[in-house]
Design a protein around this ligand. Structure first.
Ligand code: AMP
Ligand code: ZN
Length: 119
């Protein structure tokens, strides 16, 4: 999709700090990290969000790729603890409408969310 910023990152048209790449997915550092480690894993093909995964085969293939990416990122960062989050829809906080998974590590997100809820 020509106007999509993550398609442009996937195609190398705009710069990003790539930390992992296969022919199907690419992972790069989030521009505004919320944790010491905050990487976005995206499929190279344009899909708007999780609801765009139409078939079981498509879901299985992508999740296999995503989980291989999380394993590689764990190895890269020397950890086995992380949050994997995909905001699906504007009301859920999605701001870029190209499917992506936030790989977040080095912070207890549950505590952060609880603190935010009390503030
Ligand atoms: P979401 O709100 O779930 O759609 O997440 C979008 C994420 O993309 C945010 O965490 C942004 O900081 C991140 N982001 C937006 N533009 C860029 C960019 N050019 N490079 C890296 N991360 C980006
Ligand atoms: Zn896109």
């Amino acid at each position: 999709m020509s106007s999509c910023i993550f398609c442009k990152i996937a195609q190398g048209e705009i710069p990003s700090e790539v930390v992992y790449e296969t022919d199907k997915v690419i992972a790069f550092k989030d521009l505004h990290p919320v944790a010491p480690i905050h990487v976005l894993i995206i499929p190279k093909v344009h899909l708007a969000d999780l609801n765009d995964l139409a078939t079981s085969a498509q879901r299985a293939e992508l999740m296999e790729e995503i989980l291989q990416a999380t394993q590689a990122l764990c190895k890269l960062y020397g950890t086995s603890s992380f949050n994997l989050i995909s905001n699906c829809g504007e009301e859920a906080g999605q701001s870029v409408f190209h499917l992506h998974f936030h790989f977040i590590s080095g912070v207890d997100l549950t505590k952060k969310i609880a603190a935010a809820a009390q503030a």
